[in-house]
Every structure is written in structure tokens, then in C-alpha cells.
Design a protein around this ligand. Structure first.
Ligand code: PGA
Length: 233
């Protein structure tokens, strides 16, 4: 898909993105997918993107294709470098064979792995060169977003369920205004909210005109809960 087509496509759809983080083995991923498949009915305009660790991508891709499941795969990181002498890195050209999306700039990568703006903007460039769609995470309204970025996931660290025992989702009304703020800077921008989303609160976010979907961490680890989120969104 060309860039404009991608953009129009996403403007009409909502994205329900699972971020498994560093969880699950291949048998566990298999089990999750089987449970999802048994209850999943694709709804018009609602896309599932499953973002997993690198070792799960190939297996899940095969399984999704075998079971004709209408869901997309994403990675959770990509190298800032192209192919070459970068031991341990997974580059965008390799990822493109396995995934359509990639999360870039999650607060955990920024805080725990010291990824800064320059590194993250390079990653977006590498991903975009290979037609991977970056889901660029921002932590507040001042986080810089690369020019032309299509998908932004707004995730204040305090709202992330694993950040502290007191973490709580943001106020949906406030998120609606934040979304309008981002959209005024980038026409066609797709705005996702993330942070303690579950099947009971998801609709409060997705019913807002300016919010185009959610990024779900902890509650995506259970297929049943994730199905509930998808259905209620
Ligand atoms: P959470 O995580 O849904 O567990 O709050 C969201 C995220 O970190 O992407």
C-alpha cells in the first residue's frame, strides 16, 4: 500500500493493539492463538495487531495464515541500523518478512534501554523505508513525534498497569482533548490510547471521536480478556 492509501485506510478503522512485551514461549503463544481463534469474529473497521517478541513472529505468522485469522502482526522494536555488522540487531528488512507493524519508543525502551529521540527517529526511518508501519509511543504532549508519523500511541508511564500498584487509566475526556491536540499537528494522524486498558473501560476511550484505538499491555496476555476488549471496543 502506498502512504496515502495506508493513511486513508487507517482513518476509517480502529486499531486494537496487543503488546505482549517480553512474555510467552511458542507453546504459550500457540495456546493463546487457539483460544482467540475459537471466539474471534472480525468486525468491520476493527483491526487487531498482535505485537510480540522476535522469536514468536515466524511461528505466529504461519499459524495465523493456516487458520485464516484476520489479524496482523507487529514487532516491539527494530534496529536503528540497516543490514550489516550490528551483532544482535534485528533490522527492518528482516522484520518486513514477518510483520506489518512495529512499536517504537515505548517508555520501557526509553527508560530501561536509554533510547533517545535520535535513536528512535532513526528507527522510524528504517521501518518506514521497508514499509513497516511504526506505532510511535509518546509519554506526554511534549514528546517529539517524527514528521509524517501516522500512528501515535499516547501512554503516560503512570497509567501503565505494571508501573506501580497505584497506576490507573487516564481520564477518557482528557485523552480526547490530547488526541485533538496531536491531530491538529498532523492531519490524518491515528491516535491510540494506552495504559491500564481492560474490557470494562475500553469503550470509554474508543467511543471518543478523536481516539482511533488502544494499545493494551497486561490485559492482552489473556486471550479471553483480549477478546473481551476487542468485542467491547
Ligand atoms: P498496560 O500496558 O495495558 O499493561 O497498562 C500498556 C503498555 O505498556 O503498552
Amino acid at each position: 500500500m502506498r502512504r496515502l492509501e495506508k493513511l486513508l485506510y487507517h482513518m476509517k478503522n480502529s486499531l486494537i493493539v496487543a503488546n505482549w512485551k517480553s512474555n510467552k514461549t511458542i507453546p504459550e503463544a500457540n495456546d493463546w492463538l487457539a483460544k482467540l481463534a475459537s471466539g474471534f469474529t472480525k468486525k468491520e473497521g476493527k483491526e487487531v495487531v498482535l505485537c510480540v517478541s522476535f522469536p514468536l513472529l515466524h511461528f505466529l505468522r504461519e499459524q495465523i495464515s493456516k487458520s485464516n485469522l484476520d489479524i496482523k502482526l507487529g514487532a516491539q522494536d527494530v534496529s536503528q541500523f540497516p543490514e550489516g555488522p550490528y551483532t544482535g540487531e534485528v533490522n527492518a528488512r528482516q522484520l518486513k518478512e514477518l510483520a506489518d507493524y512495529v512499536i517504537i519508543g515505548h517508555s520501557e525502551r526509553r527508560e530501561r534501554f536509554g533510547e533517545n529521540k535520535d535513536t528512535l527517529f532513526e528507527k522510524v526511518k528504517r521501518a518506514t523505508e521497508q514499509s513497516l508501519l511504526p506505532i510511535f509511543c509518546v509519554q506526554n504532549e511534549n514528546t517529539e513525534v517524527p514528521d509524517g508519523q501516522i500512528i501515535v500511541a499516547y501512554e503516560p508511564p503512570d497509567a501503565i498497569s505494571t508501573s506501580s500498584p497505584d497506576s490507573a487509566p487516564e481520564d477518557p475526556e482528557e485523552m480526547e482533548n490530547v488526541a485533538y491536540g496531536f491531530k491538529s499537528q498532523g492531519p490524518g494522524l491515528v491516535f491510540l490510547y494506552g495504559g491500564s486498558v481492560d474490557q470494562n473501560n475500553v469503550r470509554e476511550f474508543t467511543e471518543k471521536n478523536s481516539i482511533d484505538g488502544v494499545l493494551v499491555g497486561a490485559k492482552s496476555l489473556s486471550a479471553e480478556e483480549f477478546l473481551g476488549i476487542y468485542q467491547n471496543a
